[in-house]
Design a protein around this ligand. Structure first.
Ligand SMILES: NC(=O)c1ccc[n+]([C@@H]2O[C@H](COP(=O)([O-])OP(=O)(O)OC[C@H]3O[C@@H](n4cnc5c(N)ncnc54)[C@H](O)[C@@H]3O)[C@@H](O)[C@H]2O)c1
Length: 475
């Protein structure tokens, strides 16, 4: 039977009825699935591997909340225990309520036991995919995972790879699967690459609302994945090849990353001329449709943007734009610190925001720590403040700072007057590359100003202004 013949029905009783039953340790008696109907029911058994992670958890909850029976598998036992207690380990809007629902109705089981995979019709893999100390993508854990779950794989299951990966990874996982099981992808097992594109913090809304890019080898695999996703996604599924889907995810992120690098380079150029980049950008964008550069940013990094360029550039000899963007964005703390040192002698510098983006408690790859190291290496004290991190909530630490740098434009930093009151030093130099504080955005020396220059009762960053900055700074 060709891969497109018939429609696939996975899971539930049909896993027993429609497919040749084999264990992972034996090749199947028949090599293809012969009986299919392609309706997914809301009560499929679904395994999510990497379920306690920053984006895995939102996905796991959303699938369970749509009515499926979900096994959230993770190797982090303490995160499993936290979720099983009904607690969300990080900031994610609406997740606590959804978790309470799916624990109460028994739709979610968090576990470290991989054998539950054998009972599932869909297996989603959303492990972290970091880069190593030499900036090389680390993919061995993914391959090891597929080798280790082999005894639990069953004929007819659909595997959805959702981690961010270099192009060609789905092909090599397909090879691993076919070698390990002696089954054929597209016949006995279904494998698609469907990248996660949500933004942390808003994932529950975005999982439902974003279109799904599905990298599938054939139409049947695509339609099978589409049927499953349509049980919890309201938008369309788009069919591309696995390689195209891998590139699509990386290009989405790198388009943003290079756009921020352009903004940051323009900021640096404007600085050479002592010109205010926000006045320039505001003038460029006023009633003019072809200027789409985001705000410059002090903290353009984070777990995805920091690493995804190296996944995209892997095997490509001249990824100059991506590498130069990395150099520009990663060097912003150095630029800021030098600027402060040029302006004045410093002993204590306030660092506003330690997370990589506003409204989040995620500190992974945040450039605030680079700035903190620079401050400390110069023999100065760093007063780090972040309202989302319990250890750093004490705003009074800012008192007496000689300089204050806005690294993460959290809404909690919107009131510049009250911050300046705490700092209590008219000679303190403030640095805001984002243009977050409206009173100083156009008036400052390209984002730098002294406490004494702040107008009394200056306008607080309005919710809409903060939202704009958040919109360009989320990643
Ligand atoms: N964080 C984001 O905003 C975001 C957005 C879109 C896509 N992504 C991509 O999604 C993937 C996951 O990212 P994340 O930020 O959630 O990572 P994370 O590190 O927060 O989560 C990964 C989870 O996988 C678990 N894990 C690791 N190895 C495992 C194994 N062998 N078996 C079972 N569980 C295992 C970890 O314990 C952890 O809970 C990455 O590829 C990332 O690039 C992330």
């Amino acid at each position: 039977m060709g891969a497109d013949a018939g429609a696939l029905r996975l899971g539930g009783p049909n896993l027993r009825m429609g497919f040749v039953e084999t264990t992972g340790s034996m090749p199947p008696k028949k090599t293809v699935v012969t009986e299919r109907e392609n309706e997914f029911m809301p009560n499929e058994k679904v395994a999510v591997i990497g379920a306690a992670g920053h984006v895995g958890l939102g996905l796991t909850l959303s699938i369970a909340d749509a009515g499926h029976q979900v096994f959230g598998i993770d190797i982090n036992q303490s995160a499993i225990d936290t979720v099983n207690r009904g607690e969300i380990p990080f900031v994610e809007e609406g997740a606590a309520q959804m978790l309470a629902r799916v624990l109460a109705n028994g739709r979610l089981t968090m576990t470290a036991d991989f054998s539950v995979i054998a009972n599932c019709s869909v297996i989603i893999v959303i492990l972290g995919t970091p880069i190593d100390e030499n900036l090389n993508p680390v993919v061995a854990p993914l391959h090891n995972l597929f080798r280790s779950i082999r005894p639990h794989l069953r004929n007819g299951q659909m595997i959805v790879l959702r981690s961010t990966v270099s192009s060609g990874t789905t092909d090599s996982i397909r090879g691993t699967l076919e070698r390990e099981t002696q089954w054929r992808v597209g016949a006995n097992l279904f494998l698609v690459y469907a990248p996660e594109r949500v933004v942390q913090g808003k994932s529950l809304v975005e999982i439902r609302s974003l279109p799904q890019i599905i990298g599938a080898y054939d139409r049947l695999s695509f339609h099978t994945a589409e049927k499953f996703f349509s049980t919890f996604v309201e938008n369309r599924c788009l069919h591309v090849t696995p390689c195209e889907a891998e590139l699509a995810k990386l290009m989405c992120n790198m388009a943003r990353y290079t756009a921020f690098a352009v903004a940051n380079e323009f900021y640096l150029i404007a600085d050479q001329y002592q010109a205010n980049v926000h006045r320039i950008f505001d003038a460029c964008g006023y009633d003019y449709p072809r200027f789409t550069v985001p705000s410059p940013g002090a903290n353009v990094s984070g777990p995805c943007l920091f690493k995804d360029g190296f996944f995209l550039a892997q095997g490509f000899p001249f990824p100059e734009l991506i590498l130069n963007s990395f150099k520009i964005n990663e060097s912003m703390p150095v630029h800021i610190f030098r600027k402060i040192q040029l302006h004045r002698e410093i002993r204590k510098v306030g660092v506003l925001g330690l997370t990589f983006k506003s409204g989040s408690d995620d500190t992974r790859y945040s450039l605030s720590f680079k700035l903190k190291k620079l401050i400390e290496a110069a023999g100065c004290d760093a007063a780090c403040i972040d309202p989302y991190l319990p250890k750093y909530k004490d705003f009074s630490q800012l008192r007496g700072c000689d300089a204050v740098v806005l690294m993460t434009p959290h809404a909690e930093f919107a009131n510049l007057n009250s911050l300046a009151e705490i700092v209590d030093n008219g000679r303190c130099l403030y640095v805001d590359i984002w243009g977050f504080w409206p009173a100083m955005r156009g008036k400052s020396a390209n984002g730098c100003f002294y406490g004494g220059e702040i107008p009394q009762h200056s306008a607080t960053a309005e919710p809409h202004a903060a939202t704009e900055v958040v919109a360009v700074s989320t990643r």
